[in-house]
Design a protein around this ligand. Structure first.
Ligand SMILES: Cc1ncc(COP(=O)(O)O)c(C=O)c1O
Length: 382
């Protein structure tokens, strides 16, 4: 028998540690049985077309499904040339950088923001300028001041990367007023908004607020959606809705011209699953499970860590916990694993200082009892 030396999945967790650092779905909630059925169904229905090179923009059955669903749920008409399939949001951001930027160009991010998106921007050798946020999300007034300052020194940012809905790491939603303000400023200043909308479907109390894409004039927003959190990360699929000309540049680029549409076989299987109603039922299942986890974690924090501050998120995977200024969460993290718990310390989400007294907990991976236990362990580590 062959000895297995290569890992199969990305996540690795130290034995005995409840690791709330991973913003990943619980493997017990992944749609294994659904995909077995979808695979058979897809091969019966689509046959060899599943195994051929796929259309550059993504396969018709998945695009038709997405287009109809987005129009219905977001209330904005979507033409066939305004959407393409991607290999998830990480791929989408990387590709947007490829087609939009050159090394040395300036891009804007939120502070704090998803640290691994910043890593992608760094891969493209971009000059990254942070914009402050608060409990209502991105501070649009500060954005205007930063844009004015950049203009003064002759710089026009290539885009702003933003997570307005169930933010990673803060869990915050950009307020309705600021959403409209941001879109207006972006249109006036000719600033492209790259909207990361990966958590839209995971709304626990009320429907998610409108996406920036759905309220903006054409050409202002490229919105990246993903199946990673709302279905399964291993399918490596997502989509972009946005401006036709830009999407045409992406689908006409060398990568897709040579290799066809991304992850074509899986995209066809996913299309079969979606069309059989399995995406909607999976979302319902995830919402119920994650809602319970969020509630359990929030209650445990309120009980065990009364000196901390946090905003209960309405969706997504994360709670952003703020300690008194004297607590350095990087130091705390150094000793947390020996107490059987782990997390991401706040400074990792800020490019240029900040967040030293904060941490991010992900509540997606563990059931309520283990989340409660994790908070007790953190209290002991403190
Ligand atoms: C804000 C945000 N964007 C993107 C991703 C990754 O998305 P995908 O798996 O679709 O590449 C994550 C995963 O943690 C995320 O939190």
């Amino acid at each position: 028998m062959t000895t297995l030396i290569f890992p199969t999945i990305q996540r690795s967790i130290k034995p005995g540690v409840i690791d709330l650092a991973w913003g990943q779905p619980d493997p017990n909630l992944l749609p294994v049985e659904e995909m077995k059925r979808a695979g058979e169904r897809a091969l019966n229905e689509y046959s060899w077309e599943m195994l051929d090179y796929g259309a550059e923009a993504g396969p018709g059955p998945l695009l038709d499904y997405l287009r109809e669903r987005i129009e219905r749920t977001e209330g904005r008409a979507l033409r066939a040339d305004q959407i393409i399939v991607t290999a998830g949001n990480s791929d989408a951001l990387d590709q947007i950088c490829t087609f939009r930027t050159q090394p040395g160009d300036t891009v804007l991010i939120e502070a704090p923001t998803y640290h691994l998106a910043v890593k992608i921007l760094r891969d493209h050798l971009l000059d990254i300028v942070p914009v402050p946020t608060d409990e209502e999300g991105l501070r649009v007034n500060d954005l205007q001041a930063i844009l004015a300052e950049l203009k003064r020194v002759g710089k026009q940012p290539k885009f702003l990367y933003t997570i307005p809905t169930f933010h990673n790491p803060t869990g915050v939603c950009l307020s309705e007023g600021r959403r409209r303000g941001l879109v207006k400023v972006a249109a006036q200043e000719n600033l492209l908004l790259v909207e990361d909308d990966v958590y839209r479907e995971l709304a626990y109390d009320a429907p998610a607020p409108p996406s920036l894409w759905s309220i903006a004039p054409d050409g202002v927003v490229l919105r990246m959606g993903s199946f990673a959190k709302s279905f399964a990360p291993g399918v490596r699929l997502g989509f972009i809705t946005g401006n036709k000309e830009f999407l045409l540049r992406m689908t006409g680029g060398g990568l897709r011209d040579s290799g066809g549409g991304v992850n074509h076989f899986t995209a066809m299987m996913l299309a079969a699953a979606c069309r059989a109603g399995l995406y909607d039922s999976q979302i319902e299942k995830l919402r119920a499970a994650y809602r319970e986890r969020r509630d359990a974690l929030c209650e445990a924090i309120a009980q065990e860590l009364p000196k901390t501050k946090f905003v209960k998120p309405g969706g997504g995977f994360f709670i952003w916990l703020q300690f008194p200024d004297s607590t350095d969460t990087q130091v705390l993290r150094g000793r947390a694993p020996e107490h059987g718990v782990d997390f991401v310390h706040g400074a990792r989400f800020f490019g240029e200082g900040g967040g030293t007294n904060a941490l991010r907990f992900a509540f997606s991976l563990y059931p309520p009892d283990e989340l409660r236990e994790a908070v007790k362990r953190l209290r002991n580590a403190l």
